[in-house]
Design a protein around this ligand. Sequence first.
Ligand code: PA5
Length: 445
Amino acid sequence: MAVTLNTSYLGSFITEEDMAGIKPQIETAAKMLHDRNGLGSDFLGWLNLPTDYDKEEFARIKAAAKKIQGNSEVLIVIGIGGSYLGARAAIEFLKSPFYNNMKKNTPDIYYVGNNINPTYLNEVISICEGRDISVNVISKSGTTTEPALAFRVFKKLVEDKYGKEEAKNHIFATTDKAKGTLKELSDTEGYETFVVPDDVGGRFSVLTAVGLLPIAVAGCDIDKLMEGAAKAQKDYTADFDSNDCYKYAAIRNIFYRKGKAAEMLVAYDPAFAMMNEWYKQLFGESEGKDNKGLLPTSVIFSTDLHSMGQYIQQGARLMFETVVDIKKPKQDFFLEKDEANLDGLNFLCGQNMSVVNRKAQEGTILAHTEGGVPQILLELADCTEFSLGYLIYFFEKACAVSGYTLGVNPFNQPGVESYKKNMFALLGKPGYEGAKAELEKKLGY
Ligand code: PA5
C-alpha cells in the first residue's frame, strides 16, 4: 500500500479498549457514508470519483494542458480555498517548491485570487510582462470575491495582450456545469470550460478539473494520480481491522475525547508544506463547527524544530502529531568527508543526507513521545503521483468518517459566510446598508 498507518509509537496513549470502544462508531460513520444517508450526503461525489469520473472531460483536460504548455510561458491559476490549494499542493509536492525556478519545458505557475493584497497582485502582473500567459480561473460558485476580482484584472490583461478573439485560446474556466456568473461569462466569451461537479465540495475537489488542469500543465501524470486514488478507494472499503483510513479516523476521535485540542501534521520535506495547507483546509472546514473539532495545525521539520520545537516538547500538552513519513525521498545527497573536519561534522559524512534526516525524525519522534505528545505515523511509500493520489483519498475519506464520528456535517462550511457578510457591508455592497452602519459603529468610525 502507498500509505501505511504505523501506530507503534502510540504505546499507552491509546489502548486496545479505546480502539474496541470506538470501532462500532467508526463502522456506523463509514456505513452512513456508503449508504449516503448522513449529513451533507449531497456532497459525496468525491467518494467514487477516482473510478467514476467524466473520461471525456479528462481527455479535454489533458488536451488543454498541452495547449497551455504550447502557447504559454506562464499559467495564472485564479482560485481560493478548495479551488486553489489542492493544485498547488500537488504541484509543489510532485515537482518542487522551486517549480518556477526549475529547468523545465512547462510553464511557470503563479496563483492569484487567493488573497486581496494589492502588492501580491502587482508583483504577479509584473512577472507576466512580456511573457505569453494563460489563465485558469477556478470558482465553483463563480461569485467568490477574491478570484472574481483577480479574474477581472487578468481577463483584461489577456485581452489587451492578445485581443478578444485570441484571448479565448488563453482563458480556461473551471466552474459549475450550468449556473453561476463565471459559467455565464465563459459561455458569452467562448472560453473552454471544465466542471466542478455539483456533488463535490471545494476542499474535496483536487481530483476534479479544479486540481487536474493545473497539475497536468505542470507536467505531472494525472493518470497515475487517479490510479493511486482509485487503489485507495478500493483498499479503504475494507473492514475496520484492516482499514488504516478508518483506524486513523478512530485515533483522531479518541484523542479528541481524551482532551487533545489539536492535531499537528508533520513532514520532514519542505515540498510537503502546501500539502499541509491543503490538509488544514480539509479537516478545518470539515470538522470545525458546532463548537467542536480538533484544530488542524502543521509544521515542517527539521525547520520548525527551531521555532515550534520548544513548545511541542514542553508547552501545553494539547496536541498529538501525525507524521507523514516519506519512505523514499525524490533525491538524495551524498555527504563527503572533509579532511580538515574543522566543524567536527565528519561523523555525519560518508552517507546520504536522507539518513541524517531520518535520524532527526526518529530522534524527534522519541523525544516528543517522551514529552507527552503522541505520534501517529503515516508512512508514504514515495513521492510519485500514484502515492499522492492514494494519500489524498486517504485523507478525504478519513476526514469524512472522522467528521461523522464527531457528530458534525463534514461537507458544509456555514461559518465561512460571516466574514463575507461583514466585508460586503463595510464595502457598501447594495443590500447590506443596514449592517454597514451597525458594523461601522462597532469599529468606532
Ligand atoms: O471548500 C470550499 O468549499 C471552499 O474553500 C471553496 O472552495 C472556496 O471558498 C472557493 O469557493 P468557489 O470555488 O466557489 O470560488
